[in-house]
Structure formats: C-alpha cells, structure tokens
Design a protein around this ligand. Structure first.
Ligand code: GLN
Length: 535
C-alpha cells in the first residue's frame, strides 16, 4: 500500500507546484523512502506533444517515449528516478479512455457522466503507479488552480479518494500565494483564505498550507492563516522565493515539511535527509570560479521555459565546472544578418531543437560561424540537422542541400523523413520517441566524454540524417560517430578539425541530473572555458 500526497495550487498559477512536489519528493527519498511523482493536467490535449512551446513550455520526453509536461523534467532532475507514461495524465487522456469504453459497450445501458465515470477513471489513474512499482509514497501534482472549471473533476476525485482510503493515507498540501503590498507594507492572507474556502466548497480540507512569499512569514501571519484556514499553526509552511530552485528542498526542510508529512501519514520518522551530494552541488553553484557566455540559438526564446531542460543542464554542468554559465538567448531570425557581431562575446553556441522553417537561415549562420571560428558548438536534434545542412552547402558544395522538412524538392535531401514516418497521418505521439541505444565510435571525442561506447538517449523527431550522403561527409571530416546498432540511423556527428563540434540527433538535456550532470554538457562547458582562456 502506498500513501498519497496531493499538491494543489491556489490564488494563481506559476507558484511552483512542480518544484514543491519535486523538493518534497527529494527529502522523502533521502530518508530512504521509495517515492514517485505524477502530474495530472486539466487540458483536453491527450498529451502536450501537440502543443506549441509558447503555450506550455518544453515538452519533456521519458524513456518510454511519453511526451509530457515540463514538470516531469523537474521530478527526474531532483529525484534521479525515471518517470513514465503513467506519470503524466491529461483530461484528454481520461476522456479518451472513458469514451472508448463507452463505444466498446462497457457501460451498456448506463448514462456516462462526469461523476462517477470520469472521476472513477481519474481515481484509477491516481493509483496506477501503486500497482506498477513498489512505492511508499506517491506525490500527485494537480495542474491548474483551485476554482478553475476544468480542475473540478480532479478535486472531486481527490475528495472521493480521501473518503475511500484510511485517514492517514492521503494528505493534501495546498500551495498558495501570500502577496506583499508595498503601499501598506504588509503580507496579505485574504487571497489564501478565499482559495481555501474554494477547496472547502468542494469538500477538501487542506492538511498543510505551503505559502509562497517574497518576504518571511511572521508568527502572527501563520497564526492568522491557521485560524482562518482550519489548520494547525505548524502546518503553515513558508515557501519563500529562492535564489535557485535547488535551494527549495533545504528551505522546506528548515520548515520541517518532511517531518510534518510523515507525522500526518503516520509513517516512521527516523532518518534525517542528509542531502550530501545536493549540498556539494549547491556550494559549487553558488561559488563559481569562472564565467562563460553561451548563446542558445532558438526560435522560441521569448519563452525560455521552451528550453527548460537545456537551461537546467547548463546549471548542472556549470556547477560541475565551477563555472557560472550565462545563457544568452539569441533569436534565430536575428542571425540572418550580423551573425559575427551578435555572437562576438560568446565562446559556445548551442543550436536548439525545433520544428518548422522559421529561423532556419539564422541557425545555419550560427553553425557556420561556430565551425569557421573554432567556437565550441553543440547541436541538439534540429540543431544537429542544421549542422549537417550547413556542412553540405558550404563544405561539400551541395547547392540548396536541405532537410525535406523545409524543402520537399531539394536536390540534396541530406536530412530526410524516416521511412516509418512516410505514411503517418496522425500527428500526436507518432514521432520517433523515447530511449534508443546508440553505439559510439571508440575513437570519437563523444565516446571519450561519455567514458563508454554504449549509450542510451531519448529522442523526439521525424527526420534523420540521410545515409546516402555519409561517405561524402566523412571524406571531408564530418564523421558519423554514433549510430543506432539496429536501424543504423546516425545519432551523433562530430567534426574532426575543431575543438568541439558535435551534433546529436537525441536530446541529452532530458537526462542531466543534479547529482549526475550530463557528460556532453560538462565537456561543452569545459571547451567553452578553454576557448575563453585562449581568447
Ligand atoms: N524538426 C526536426 C524533426 O522532426 C527536429 C525535431 C527536434 O528538434 N526535436 O526531425
């Protein structure tokens, strides 16, 4: 039997439910408990794979190929435990299941309704991981904000679950905002009181209040919140703005959140969470000896959440190198002219993943500039494909070489649609997704960085390197040093006459962890530092 912790959000979105869930998960994990975290999202898309990054930030991909919400990235980075398809559920998926059952005749004769049919399906999914893994605690983040129409079925399912299971098996943490009013110079509790009322209205009494605040919460405020929201004073937890998200587990530990949770769940509370490696990481993160400027070239840079995992990977790899990494967002379109001028202060260039033609010319210029000026370059997914196109055009002199994604009639389709993609009609969940094996050439730099020739990385793409051109590329020095052992798809290219020029068809950023920064990012930052020292 697993115990359940639910995290709901009040007053406003973007309070950091994902970080609170991940931080609490980390504290419990460090105490020796088996923990997993799942997220339920109230939108009708079956998964976030079909969403433009501007809508919802990055789409995070798991080993089993689920396209998920970016909070799952936080869960994996904090806990260093892989998540799966079952860890992210949307309203779309719930309805899809119920409607298919209805069509099959599973409810024959019955009127299918939100209560009980949709809520039963939500409850089934709340508990799915309990049967899949042997967990002590399952933390569930409920997306959205209390009071939203679309959140209601989830809250109703939670109310029922609290009733179905023994008293000490389910608890609710309500993350809320305590705004500070400059004019009156005080923290205000009213929005939280209203939000808790909203929860009570649907039959849920929160057990713990986590109060997001920019200023320390006084005893008086805690008392007031406790009184009006019907919780004990010690169950009002301060969640103060942190310098980095990686401070949050320590801040919550100071507030005794893990002790309180274990007490309420009636679980033994013996070992303290030590967080040794975590603290070492924080120490390095906060005391950098060097600084490097890295350009992140992409088309969604107005919303940097579109590149969440890449940015976090830089933070992990930077700390590992005792280096502050200044990630400079560069809008791909702007590089269509003045490339050298825009990139003159960076000693590393990352060309980001992406879809569609916008910004391609600018990205090609960024790659050319990196290649010709020996600037460390890392191309991820589309970034790798751009590196291949640039090399084809400017080194192999294949005029108008392109990816068929951007020019279906190109005379030189150096990047082409994968065979299994040709006849696909549906867009959702049909890319090459999830973890695939890759064998690295033992003499490659990439193998040296990984410290092995057998790796496994996650994918999300439809197009691939066209193997018909492989000899031409290799003759001029762009080597295919990583291949899938079964399909022979090219996964890594490396330019030999360059200090660091690597393109990867997979997404290394999905596998960087606080306690295990990704080797490619570590090596990339090292190369950028060297470039800077030689400048
Ligand atoms: N658009 C490219 C493809 O589908 C790259 C995808 C990506 O960068 N994730 O292959």
């Amino acid at each position: 039997m697993a115990k359940y912790i639910f995290v709901t959000g009040g007053v406003t979105s973007s309070l950091g439910k994902g970080i609170i869930a991940a931080s609490l998960g980390k504290l419990l994990l460090e105490r020796g408990l088996k923990v997993t975290i799942q997220k339920f999202d109230p939108y009708i898309n079956v998964d976030p794979g079909t969403l433009n990054p501007y809508e919802h930030g990055e789409c995070y991909v798991t080993d089993d190929g689920a396209e998920t919400d970016l909070d799952l990235g936080h869960y994996e980075r904090f806990l260093n435990i892989p998540t799966s398809q079952a860890n992210n559920v949307t309203t779309g998926r719930i309805y899809q299941t119920v409607i298919s059952k209805e069509r099959r005749g599973d409810y024959l004769g019955k009127t299918v309704q939100i209560v009980p049919h949709i809520t039963n399906e939500i409850k089934r999914r709340f508990r799915l991981l309990e049967y899949k893994g042997d967990y002590d605690i399952i933390i569930t983040e409920l997306g959205g904000t209390v009071g939203d129409i679309e959140s209601l079925p989830y809250l109703e399912a939670l109310r029922q679950l609290k009733r179905d299971l023994p008293k000490n098996d389910v608890l609710t943490i309500h993350l809320t905002l305590i705004p500070y009013l400059k004019t009156s110079q005080e923290l205000k509790t009213k929005p939280t009181q209203h939000s808790v009322k909203e929860l009570l209205h649907v039959g849920i009494q929160p057990d713990i209040l986590a109060c997001r605040t920019e200023r320390p919460i006084t005893d008086e405020i805690k008392e007031k919140l406790a009184l009006f929201c019907n919780v004990r004073k010690q169950d009002v937890i301060e969640a103060i703005d942190a310098e980095t998200i990686y401070d949050v587990p320590l801040l919550l530990q100071k507030e005794n959140l893990d002790d309180i949770v274990l007490e309420k769940l009636d679980m033994p509370n013996k070992v303290e969470a030590k967080l040794t490696t975590w603290k070492e990481h924080l120490k390095k993160l906060k005391n950098p000896k060097h600084t490097v400027n890295i350009a992140l070239v992409g088309k969604y840079i107005e919303l940097m959440d579109s590149y969440k995992s890449i940015i976090e990977s830089f933070i992990h790899a930077g700390a590992n190198n005792e280096t502050k990494v200044n990630v400079i967002p560069v809008k791909a379109e702007e590089l269509s002219k003045n490339t050298a001028e825009i990139l003159k202060n960076v000693t590393g260039i990352l060309v980001a993943p992406g879809f569609g033609e916008r910004g391609i010319e600018g990205k090609l210029n960024a790659v050319k500039y990196a290649r010709e000026n020996n600037i460390p370059f890392l191309g991820i997914c589309l970034g790798m494909q751009i590196a291949v196109i640039e090399f084809a055009r400017n080194v192999l002199n294949l005029e108008n070489a392109n990816s068929t994604e951007f020019d279906s009639k190109t005379p030189h389709p150096v990047i082409d649609l994968m065979q299994e993609q040709v006849n696909l009609i549906n867009k959702g969940g049909t890319m090459r997704l999830g973890a695939y094996k890759c064998t690295l050439d033992k003499n490659s730099k990439t193998a040296k960085y990984y410290g092995t020739t057998e790796i496994q990385e996650r994918h999300r793409h439809r197009y691939e390197f066209n193997n018909k051109y492989i000899d031409q590329f290799e003759a001029k020095g762009l080597k295919a040093v990583g291949k899938n052992p079964v399909s022979n798809l090219v996964e890594v290219v490396e330019y030999k006459d360059h200090p660091f020029f690597i393109g990867v068809q997979f997404h290394p950023e999905y596998k960087s962890r606080v306690v295990k920064p990704h080797p490619l990012f570590i090596a990339f930052i090292k190369a950028a530092l060297e470039k800077q020292n030689n400048k």
